[in-house]
Design a protein around this ligand. Sequence first.
Ligand SMILES: Nc1ncnc2c1ncn2[C@@H]1O[C@H](COP(=O)(O)OP(=O)(O)OP(=O)(O)O)[C@@H](O)[C@H]1O
Ligand SMILES: O=P(O)(O)OC[C@H]1O[C@H](OP(=O)(O)OP(=O)(O)O)[C@H](O)[C@@H]1O
Ligand SMILES: O=C(O)c1cccnc1
Ligand SMILES: [Mg+2]
Length: 556
Amino acid sequence: MEPKENGNQPGRVIEGPTNPMVTPLLNDLYQFTMAYAYWKAGKQNERSVFDLYFRKNPFGGEYTVFAGLEECVKFLANFKLTHQEIDYVRDSLPGSEEAFCDYLKGLDCSDVEVYAIPEGSVVFPKVPLMRVEGPVGVVQLLETPFLNLVNFASLVATNAARHRFVAGKSKSLLEFGARRAQGPDGAISASKYCYLGGFDATSNVAAGKLFGIPLRGTHSHAFVSSFMSTDEIVDKVLQSADGETTCDDFISLVQTWLTKIQYSPSLSGFFSETNQSELAAFISYALAFPKAFLALVDTYDVMKSGIPNFCAVALALNDLGYKALGIRLDSGDLAYLSTEARNFFCAVERELKVPGFGKMIVTASNDLNEETIDALNKQGHEVDAFGIGTYLVTCYAQAALGCVFKLVEINNQPRIKLSEDVTKVSIPCKKRSYRLYGKEGYPLVDIMTGENEPPPKVGERLLCRHPFNESKRAYVVPQRVEELLKCYWRGSADEAREELPPLKEIRDRCIKQLENMRPDHMRRLNPTPYKVSVSAKLYDFIHFLWLNEAPVGELQ
Ligand SMILES: Nc1ncnc2c1ncn2[C@@H]1O[C@H](COP(=O)(O)OP(=O)(O)OP(=O)(O)O)[C@@H](O)[C@H]1O
Ligand SMILES: O=P(O)(O)OC[C@H]1O[C@H](OP(=O)(O)OP(=O)(O)O)[C@H](O)[C@@H]1O
Ligand SMILES: O=C(O)c1cccnc1
Ligand SMILES: [Mg+2]
């Protein structure tokens, strides 16, 4: 998408959202219905404050990664309805007055302020991820697009972070989900936010180009089974890596190595005749990519064919000064097969005296998820890289994060939304939030306060209260205080705004924050909930407003 000039931002150009379908019409009809009714009541410019937050961490965990903020800012910066869009809205609101169209024509976000937690932060339920302030008519129109941009982004980034947690730091994690993702935006968004959440690379070329995510990939079964025999290979010539010598018949060199492996003392009897069409495919791939040879070894039989064929080609390449990368396993028992493959590579290294051959990279794929990786860890395995698609990008374990956008103040009057379900009661007031760190450097608790309360101070004891449970409270003496909400958009006051960092920096923040969490919040089984609290003053106010707004029942 072409960068657009933003009228309110002299000197600063913020491109539109990645997906050109993200326009003010990517909205629920009721937002326009309300905008009309606000306008009709003359309320459209009343100053409103909305909080965007979620109520429960996903995937049975106790943490969430916040993602999608950059796209929200890009949306704000380019928020403008076109003539055609305005006509369509008018036609969708039967009986609406023509003057409403003039209102829509003039609508932009120059009077809106957005404070947010930096993207890539670890976040918790109830604490606003974004606080959006501005004329109620326009802020109401931001609800659906913002929720759309944040909900899946944060869910899939959290999913990626959880896969990273279970796989461990040393493994490569590759996102392979484009074919299974929920449509084109599902694929592009998943690639972007899985990288943000700690994946190393994607197979999605469009996402690589758009966001600078490293691209990685192997090859498919179709390539292996498309070959019938080595007779199909016409050009058998391969130059050595240093360009000094030429091997005129690479196929024969491979065949010689295959025989050597077959009759080497510790490998003899391991396999007999390997599949020759598979061998032809591997040789062809090596001829095309001698510097980056890797092979999918499970098309016919991993240990009796795929692995010996791979080793023969890798050894022939080694003769010419090339180093093969490794293999991919895509079926069967991945713990057993990866261990057997590693043993075979180590035996080749010992027997045939090829230093480093035992360190071939083993990539595994096939319906992987947190549980299967956890099971592989428990069994012991030799996988170096996991290629993960379906379960990761579709967020199979949980359909949505459930972020909401609630009015907390209008015309400086705090507002509350009550519910029978106490977890659904909103926390009123324009608020500030802080993360308080303890002696050991871990975050201890997040606390929300009223906008004008003095901020918590390092070394000063402070009462943190559960927002709704009277008996749950604790004193905290913070060793570090971090204010969570930072200004990302202030209409035309450009200079006061946080920068939008590059994706790699957001990813680094995410990884660093996840590593700095107390381990019991992070464990997969029965993690300890992280505490989210309010100040004593805000607690009293919430409950005062609650009593004020809740009608007293009458028993008959
Ligand atoms: N050692 C293991 N422990 C637990 N789960 C595993 C292990 N190895 C593989 N898996 C998982 O088990 C499932 C095996 O899938 P499935 O039953 O479809 O067999 P397959 O190996 O794919 O067979 P096919 O040859 O038909 O492709 C996959 O989800 C895979 O990730
Ligand atoms: O398994 P996922 O986590 O979704 O990862 C991506 C999968 O896509 C590819 O094959 P595909 O599934 O298209 O075919 P296959 O199941 O026959 O291997 C690849 O071989 C992986 O198995
Ligand atoms: O590169 C791969 O091996 C790959 C990419 C997408 C899906 N499955 C596998
Ligand atoms: Mg599959």
